[in-house]
Design a protein around this ligand. Structure first.
Ligand code: PLP
Length: 352
């Protein structure tokens, strides 16, 4: 395979910056499990404060944040409502069924977002035939549908319905801070309706590893037990937590650049032959476009773009292509990627 020059595959493609690496080198560390790692403790306090929750817990991954939250909230047979594109449903190897023996019910939302009416329709009337309605999980921002922001009023309306019927609320906030940067609404406002919320450190924030799960002290105490149980408890984890702490201090505001670059990319390729894209669909850092007009599979398009131009994007659907700018990507890279995509689509449509 040819060398990748511009990697727009994901916001997980970031490399730790030199400044982040030196901050990591100098981090004070201790035994995390004994609460003796000052850097882990500082990271957890930071995220608890940011999300307005009592406590927080550093995890090796975002997936573990989701899985442990689900395991704390749900028991065998319990019902979890989430969008059909939600990460725990499509990208976590069925963990909710394995670890919590819970039932996941996919809601057919729009752009990964659903309505209080949809929630009510599924759970009513509650009968002894139905699984116990225990949890509603939402993704902020929505990953598969392309970085869409849940509106705070819609979140509150969904939460009200869920709560009235006795369910808990979980937010997969892998990219919550992208929504915060885009809207100016504080993370604590978005988090307020939820019993549990987490943020990913290894997406747009640019840290190499980890997520931080937040909730009430009681919730976090139970999460600690699960973390111990499934082998997620670490030792001198401050060395990696430092990267997250550094990112939260230095990489939040700059995500606005990723959003601007996403917009620039979308506008740049809009109108290219065979491509369907509406630049106003870009709400945060993700660009999604349809290449149906080129008459080829998106996976072939992705391969050709790397082969011929060294630009890497992904193929989240049969004719869908996704590109995600991040802290390793400059405006000049975006312009080069635009030229590459235009060049390739022109060539492909002339050949067709
Ligand atoms: C990336 C992601 C996860 C999982 O996080 P990891 O740190 O990769 O385990 C969960 N939910 C969403 C929406 C994500 O984008």
């Amino acid at each position: 395979m040819s060398a990748v020059k511009i990697d727009l595959y994901s916001d997980t493609s970031t490399m730790p910056t030199p400044a982040m690496r030196s901050y990591m080198c100098e981090a004070e560390v201790g035994d995390e499990q004994k609460m003796e790692d000052p850097t882990v403790n500082a990271l957890q306090a930071h995220v608890a404060e940011l999300t307005g929750k009592e406590a927080a817990l550093f995890m090796p991954s975002g997936t573990m944040c989701n899985q442990i939250a689900i395991a704390v909230h749900c028991g065998p047979g319990d019902l979890i409502l989430l969008d059909r594109t939600a990460h725990p449903l499509i990208s976590e190897s069925g963990g909710a069924a394995v670890l919590a023996s819970a039932t996941m019910y996919p809601i057919d939302g729009e752009d990964g977002q659903f309505t209080p009416e949809q929630v009510a329709q599924i759970i009513e009337p509650p009968t002894r035939y139905k699984p116990t309605f225990r949890l509603v999980s939402i993704e902020q921002t929505t990953n598969k549908p392309g970085g869409k922001i849940w509106d705070l009023d819609q979140i509150r309306a969904v939460a009200d319905v869920a709560r009235e019927r006795g369910a808990n609320l979980h937010m997969d906030g892998a990219r919550l801070l992208n929504a915060v940067v885009a809207t100016g609404i504080p993370a604590s406002d978005y988090s307020e309706p939820f019993d549990s919320v987490w943020i990913d450190l290894s997406k747009g924030l640019g840290a190499p590893v980890g997520g931080v799960l937040a909730g009430s002290q009681d919730f976090i105490d139970q999460a600690w037990q699960w973390k111990q149980r499934i082998g997620g408890a670490m030792r001198q984890a401050g060395i990696v937590a430092a990267a997250g702490l550094y990112a939260l201090q230095h990489h939040v505001e700059r995500m606005a650049e990723d959003h601007a670059n996403a917009k620039r990319l979308a506008e740049g390729i809009s109108g290219a032959p065979g491509i369907e894209i509406d630049p106003t669909d870009v709400e945060t850092n993700m660009v999604r476009f349809d290449i149906v007009g080129l008459g080829m599979a998106s996976s072939e398009f992705v391969d050709a773009l790397i082969e011929q131009h060294g630009v890497r994007v992904s193929a989240p659907g049969p004719t869908f292509v996704r590109a995600i700018p991040h802290l390793g990507i400059s405006e000049a890279d975006i312009d080069e990627a635009v030229d590459a995509i235009r060049n390739l689509t022109t060539k492909l449509s002339e050949a067709a």
